[in-house]
Design a binder for this molecule. Structure first.
Ligand SMILES: Cc1ncc(COP(=O)(O)O)c(C=O)c1O
Length: 476
């Protein structure tokens, strides 16, 4: 460790051997029941003299945030101890009371929380899906410009890049469009915190012209779960308001183990990130083509860049199509877990997604390869599994803001009676994972027909209280 001010301050306090007549109640880990938690609890202090104050950072936390900002080229960085979720919410709230913001239709649920909290009205960027896998991988500058041509009266554009699957948008092109139209560009870069430390990885959004970026550090850095951060570019217009909102959304008792893990991880990434990323990239370059040669599966790689909107791919996300096995992704995931003791990041109808880190070595990549090779040889079929035809949900008709819809009175109604009603809950089928309804949207004839189609096709549906779609919650 070279420079980790928060961690060093905790160590100094521990070395003083004080009688701790302060929070937390486990009293320097002594009250912790199981030994596994004890090590963690030893670092678990609160905001006492010498450990700074996250809400008014002036010493070690301020120093650590400055070091983080310097490491990634931000004008200001803020630690989040409630995940990237709170950063997304803070950014949406920073746009002001109400207003309109352009977002992808398949955005992470934290966007909807942010819309409820801010009262903003969403304007959706239509999704395009990759036909084989049936998933949305990116939004393009052209699509965004098309929406702006129809709806110029928006305050900001907030996009997700990379996607969960590791595909990145052309942020430079999108930033150019935003600039031309005078809009703020915000990026949910939850899965891309490692990008600034190696030039062979996708370009980080901040460098490509985003005005504010959220990183979920715990996803790709060696950071404890919930550790994340917000980066602001020089001249971010809503900076003061954002900092006040950040404070509203942040606990007054931040976890020092999480803060210390972010501080230490930044020090590590600055010193060793490039070297580890290099190793990880070389393993990815070696194993992805090998995985792709296994009969019955397809390991997607650079060819995804041919998809409109996709500019770059994170080498550490390994996206595998399983249609040739005669199994669904859910089944492949279950077999991997039960028979090979491998747990992947996500399983969907047509795919599994494995997430490799900076710390997986050749043995780990090899074990994954051998397991899939073995699994494929046992299950390969001659004809591809019959796939449910993929239909994109119709475009929504928004009747009220997510905030109004959230607070409105709701009741259950039989699907057959729902035409012309306003939805009170979200309905999204997987794949493609793009909501066909969000609270506050009209159940038009077209959407009603789509819901009936989902019901008949037996698609996996997320969001509604009744996943069989017999009933829908509507706003009364
Ligand atoms: C694209 C995206 N944005 C935001 C988040 C929220 O991150 P966190 O879990 O750190 O709150 C996630 C989490 O899965 C995500 O995938």
């Amino acid at each position: 460790v070279q420079q980790a001010p928060i961690y060093s301050a905790i160590k100094r306090y521990m070395d003083e051997n004080n009688l701790c007549l302060h929070m937390p109640g486990h009293m320097g880990s002594q009250g912790i029941i199981v030994p596994e938690l004890e090590m963690f609890a030893r670092l678990d202090f609160t905001e006492i003299p010498g450990l700074d104050d996250l809400h008014l950072a002036q010493s070690v936390i301020a120093d650590a945030q400055n070091l983080l900002a310097k490491a990634v080229g931000a004008s200001k960085s803020l630690f989040l101890i409630n995940g990237a979720t709170s950063g997304v919410q803070a950014l949406l709230m920073s746009l002001g009371d109400g207003g309109r913001v352009m977002i992808p239709r398949n955005a992470h649920r934290s966007f909807y929380g942010g819309l409820v909290l801010s009262g903003a009205m969403p304007v959706y960027i239509p999704s395009e899906i990759e036909p084989e896998l049936g998933i949305a991988l990116a939004v393009s500058a052209t699509e965004i410009e098309n929406v702006l041509n129809l709806e110029s009266d928006i305050n900001a554009i907030m996009i997700t890049s990379p996607s969960y699957y590791g595909t990145c948008c052309d942020i430079k092109a999108i930033a150019a469009v935003s600039k031309r139209w005078g809009k703020i560009l915000l990026v949910d870069e939850a899965h891309g915190a490692h990008f600034p430390f190696h030039t062979a990885y996708p370009e980080p959004a901040l460098r490509d012209g985003a005005q504010a970026v959220v990183n979920s550090l715990h996803k790709t850095w060696p950071v404890l779960t919930q550790g994340a951060c917000l980066h602001l570019a020089e001249g971010f217009v809503n900076r003061d308001r954002l900092i006040s909102i950040y404070s509203i959304l942040t606990t007054t008792s931040p976890s020092y183990p999480i803060l210390a893990s972010m501080d230490l991880a930044r020090d590590f990434m600055v010193r060793e990130g490039t070297c580890y990323l290099e190793q990880a990239m070389l393993l990815s370059r070696e194993f992805k083509p090998r995985l792709n040669q296994i009969k019955g599966i397809r390991c997607y790689d650079d060819e995804l860049q041919k998809i409109p909107g996709v500019k770059a791919i994170d080498p550490l996300k390994v996206l595998i199509g399983v249609q040739g096995l005669g199994l669904s992704g859910y089944q492949v995931g279950r077999i991997l877990r039960e028979e090979y003791r491998i747990q992947v990041e996500i399983e969907e109808q047509n795919l599994i997604l494995a997430m490799f880190s900076l710390f997986h070595n050749r043995k780990d990549w090899s074990r994954f390869y051998s397991a899939l090779d073995d699994l494929a040889s046992r299950y390969i079929v001659n004809s591809r599994r019959n796939q449910r035809p993929m239909h994109l949900p119709p475009m929504p008709q928004i009747v009220m803001s997510p905030r109004q819809a959230f607070y409105a009175h709701k009741q259950r109604l039989k699907l057959k009676d729902c035409r012309g009603q306003v939805a009170g809950e979200m309905v999204a089928a997987y794949p493609p994972g793009i909501p066909c309804l969000n609270p506050g949207e009209m159940i038009t004839q077209e959407i009603w027909e789509y819901l009936r189609y989902l019901q008949k096709s037996g698609a996996r549906v997320q969001g509604p209280e009744d996943p069989n779609l017999e009933y829908i919650k509507i706003i009364k």
